[in-house]
Design a protein around this ligand. Structure first.
Ligand code: PGA
Length: 254
């Protein structure tokens, strides 16, 4: 059962050394211990996942930034859901726009990865979001709807505690630009509506929907309060200790 708000640190391909990664991780772990009201999830570069063990009852878990959909085999450079699970990883980010755009990850691939994660009991963090062009063409709803329908095609075993959805407008990622809070609220409600139409209303009401894209210490609270996001997926700001701790502290008191 998802009872606490969620904050995810997506470090992407940062920081450059293990020593820096350890320092950042330890600072986050310390703050996570103090924060009783939120689940803190850290997604470091895959090479360091096994350096950061987290305890069963700790308020901190690990996520992979990506995974392959096959369990094993001749897939040079790839890591399977099974391997991640074995390394103590609990979540996997799937369909991030950087994977979709720079590594030609299609909706079909996203669907395969989702199936594999769910089968392995790795909780997928499914990212959806419109590009700048789609926003200008007023195709946000259409884009989100298609991405969700394709990602979830043929998947029946969805529960509120085995999947997380993150709405990340592509144009807001790393740009410093953010959508209006009521726009995020509308997309949040749209996602619920789509989930209700594919599955049922009960699931739609409970499924955690996060916001991601240029989240910082100053806007974090508004995405939770005004946009009713269940949590935040933070990129750039999650690699700056003071900024990220500031976001954790704010979310913890909401
Ligand atoms: P950002 O990235 O916070 O740097 O915009 C968010 C993300 O890519 O998940």
């Amino acid at each position: 059962m998802i009872d606490k708000k969620i904050i995810i640190a997506n470090w992407k391909m940062n920081p450059p050394t293990l020593a820096e990664a350890k320092t950042l991780f330890n600072v986050i772990r310390h703050e996570a211990k103090k924060a009783g009201n939120i689940n803190v999830i850290v997604a470091p570069p895959a090479i360091w996942l096994s350096n950061f063990k987290t305890g069963e009852n700790e308020n901190l878990s690990l996520a992979a930034q990506n995974m392959h959909w096959k369990e094993k085999g001749a897939f040079t450079g790839e890591i399977s859901a099974l391997m991640l699970k074995d390394a103590g990883v609990k979540y996997a980010i799937i369909g991030h726009s950087e994977r979709r755009n720079y590594f030609t990850e299609t909706d079909e691939i996203v669907n395969k990865k989702l199936r594999s994660a769910l089968k392995t009991h790795l909780i997928p963090i499914l990212c959806v979001g419109e590009s700048a062009e789609e926003k200008i063409a007023e195709k946000t709803s259409e884009t989100i709807k298609l991405q969700l329908i394709k990602a979830l095609e043929g998947i029946s075993k969805i529960q509120p505690d085995n999947i997380i959805i993150a709405y990340e407008p592509v144009w807001a990622i790393g740009s410093g630009a953010i959508p209006a809070f009521d726009e995020v609220l509308s997309v949040n409600l749209l996602i619920k509506k789509i989930i209700a139409s594919i599955y049922n209303r009960k699931l739609a009401d409970k499924i955690p929907i996060l916001y991601g894209g240029s989240v910082n210490c100053r806007n974090a609270r508004d995405f939770i309060e005004k946009s009713r996001a269940f949590g935040l997926l933070v990129g750039g700001a999650s690699t700056k200790a003071t900024e990220f701790l500031g976001i954790i502290k704010q979310m913890d008191i909401l």
